[in-house]
Design a protein around this ligand. Structure first.
Ligand SMILES: [Zn+2]
Length: 220
């Protein structure tokens, strides 16, 4: 893989930034693609741009505003609250979003001469998004290869790890402080450690606390 090129699906958040560092370590050449679908915080796009610039990665922003036209949801509409009722998908869910993102990333990757696509989807902190499951990603990989007559390999370095282990991976890649300080995960658009109140901040903080406790308290 060291001699090859990868495209990272990149939002400027903790997970995809960790994936970007992972790709930079594992591939000779890396590009990033960000989807603009009218996120609540256009800041997300700016943050993604700034990180890609910082890391010297070619960055493409694709307009996916049609997603909001198809499926209004809490990620794009300020008048819909972010919440998850028990046994239901959270209000941030958009049917087929990951399917569309990965498919567009594949078209871009083939044009860029890249076989490898890297995405930060994960089953462990599973919010119930069916198109983030491993079985779906594998199935789409086969479909894309058939659709474009090309040998894509979709990589999901975070698929089976939890948030604490994602911080651990960032640390192993020498990027813990960078990811902590320069990424945006918060649904309220607050950088770094975030607002502390929204579900994304709570998940991120719990993972970081768990990892730092393990690292500092450790059983070495
Ligand atoms: Zn927050």
């Amino acid at each position: 893989m060291k001699q090859e090129k990868a495209v990272v699906v990149f939002s400027g958040g903790q997970d995809s930034t960790t994936c970007l560092f992972w790709a930079l370590k594992n591939f000779k050449e890396v590009e990033a693609v960000t989807f603009n679908y009218g996120q609540r915080h256009s800041k997300e796009i700016e943050v993604a741009k700034a990180i890609a610039d910082d890391l010297g990665v070619k960055h493409t922003v694709l307009d996916m505003s049609l997603l909001n036209q198809l499926a209004p949801n809490a990620l794009t509409r300020a008048d819909i609250n972010i919440e998850q009722k028990e046994g239901e998908l959270p209000t941030t869910f958009v049917d087929g979003r990951n399917l569309l993102f990965l498919s567009f990333a594949a078209v871009l990757a083939k044009q860029a001469g890249a076989r490898h696509i890297v995405t930060g989807v994960c089953e462990t902190d599973f919010s119930g998004y069916p198109d983030c499951r491993d079985v779906f990603v594998k199935s789409l990989n086969v479909t894309l290869n058939l659709a474009m007559d090309y040998q894509f390999v979709i990589h999901t370095p975070l698929m089976w790890i939890n948030k604490a282990e994602t911080w651990e991976l960032a640390d192993e890649l020498g990027a813990l402080d960078y990811v902590r300080e320069n990424t945006l995960t918060c649904y309220n658009g607050v950088m770094s450690d975030g607002c502390g109140e929204c579900p994304a901040c709570k998940l991120r903080k719990r993972g970081l606390d768990d990892y730092l406790t393990k690292k500092n308290g450790g059983d070495e």
